[in-house]
Write a protein that binds this ligand. Structure first.
Ligand SMILES: Cc1ncc(COP(=O)(O)O)c(C=O)c1O
Length: 366
């Protein structure tokens, strides 16, 4: 019998989500965002320790709204990492702001603070600090907060990949800057299919986000508009799923950490594979990210053996969508050698053994 294909990532919904959705449909809810959404938002706020949480339709729009709530406007510059998912710069490009790409630290793939300092101009309005795979910058979040304060900038934390990850001082990633953002797209630790959330402790930002996502309404359901807003609302269908997924978060957080430990142990003698520095006490590796030699050949060999992988994000400045010049040695290396290995929470240890043995075989033969 042919071996089953091991995907690089799969979302995980179970009986609990099915039953909860069924119950919700029987209750006659309107599907639009209401009590289930509010309950999901409260669960995220409680888990992260944020004062406010607002769900939106995805983790790109959450960054757009977070930026608009910081009064970033067309023409303003925002510093973003050159290694990130393209949604990070696109979220501000959407309304005419200008992403300025800065290279990342080789150990964590988070923004290099020394390069950020050099990129600040009179036009700079914010820094978008992306938590790469749940990691935080080696320079520390306090240094970013200080830099943002001293330079009069907003600090926006793109924590799309970081639910379940904390800074060493115990604060959840996304809660330390002015505003933080999550994604619940299907590859994330928990998923609602599509979905995003904005968290903040700032009353003014919360006030603005609440209106921005709901047509600028001054109160639920009325048609009085004291500011411009749009429609970026969630649905209670997603809320119902999100509530069940949140109940499973802690188990998944632990499992993701075990998965990385298992990979590291099994691959420790392979010099052609290099892991990044992940603080497993505080952070949750969303994906298993590595730098590998012979990436394309290895990927092909794994696929022939029913193992899915995915090439890590190419440097954004070289994407045709942006195509801007600049020296970005770290993001260039990731573009050449970065590979995501299978990373789903539902991977069994025997799956990981099979993946690692296949990698071993490849490097013995090549
Ligand atoms: C760092 C980062 N920012 C933003 C996003 C966008 O989130 P969404 O796909 O929910 O729009 C992602 C999605 O993977 C991401 O990884």
């Amino acid at each position: 019998m042919k071996n089953k294909f091991i995907s690089q990532i799969e979302p995980w919904f179970g009986e609990e989500e099915r039953i909860a959705l069924n119950e919700y449909m029987k209750s006659g809810g309107w599907l639009t965002e209401f009590k289930q959404t509010q309950k999901f938002e409260k669960m995220i706020a409680d888990y992260t320790g944020a004062k406010y949480c607002f769900t939106v339709n995805n983790g790109t729009i959450s960054l757009t709204l977070a930026s608009l709530a910081c009064d970033i406007q067309a023409g303003d510059e925002v510093i973003v990492p050159n290694y990130t998912m393209i949604a990070t710069p696109n979220s501000i490009k959407m309304f005419g702001a200008v992403p300025i790409f800065v290279d990342v630290e080789p150990e964590t793939l988070c923004l290099d603070i020394e390069l950020v300092k050099k990129a600040i101009t009179p036009e700079t309005k914010a820094i978008m600090l992306v938590s790469a795979n749940g990691r935080y910058p080696q320079s520390g979040i306090a240094a970013f907060v200080r830099l943002a304060k001293e330079s009069g900038l907003f600090l926006i934390e793109d924590s799309a990949q970081a639910l379940g990850s904390f800074y060493p001082d115990g604060r959840h990633i996304g809660t330390v800057g002015d505003v933080g953002s999550f994604s619940f797209s299907s590859p994330k630790v928990i998923s609602t299919g599509q979905g995003g959330a904005i968290i903040t402790n700032d009353n003014d930002i919360a006030y603005k986000v609440k209106r921005l996502k709901d047509f600028g309404r001054s109160g639920g359901g009325n048609d009085v508009h004291d500011s411009i807003g749009y429609n970026f609302k969630f649905t209670d269908l997603q809320g119902v799923i999100g509530i069940e997924q949140m109940k499973k978060l802690q188990w998944r957080v632990e499992r993701k950490k075990e998965i990385l430990k298992h990979y590291k142990e099994k691959l420790k003698d392979i010099v052609q594979i290099k892991f990044f520095e992940q603080d497993l006490e505080n952070t949750t590796p969303w994906f298993i990210d590595v730098l590998v030699e012979n990436r394309e050949e290895l990927q092909k060999y794994l696929k022939e053996n029913n193992i899915g992988t995915r090439v890590m994000y190419p440097p954004i400045n070289k994407q045709k969508a942006y195509n801007v010049p600049g020296e970005y040695p770290v993001s260039n290396i990731v573009g050449e050698k970065g590979l995501w290995l299978p990373s789903s929470s539902q991977l069994a240890n025997s799956d990981i053994d099979k993946i690692c043995n296949t990698i071993l075989e490849f490097f013995i033969e090549n």
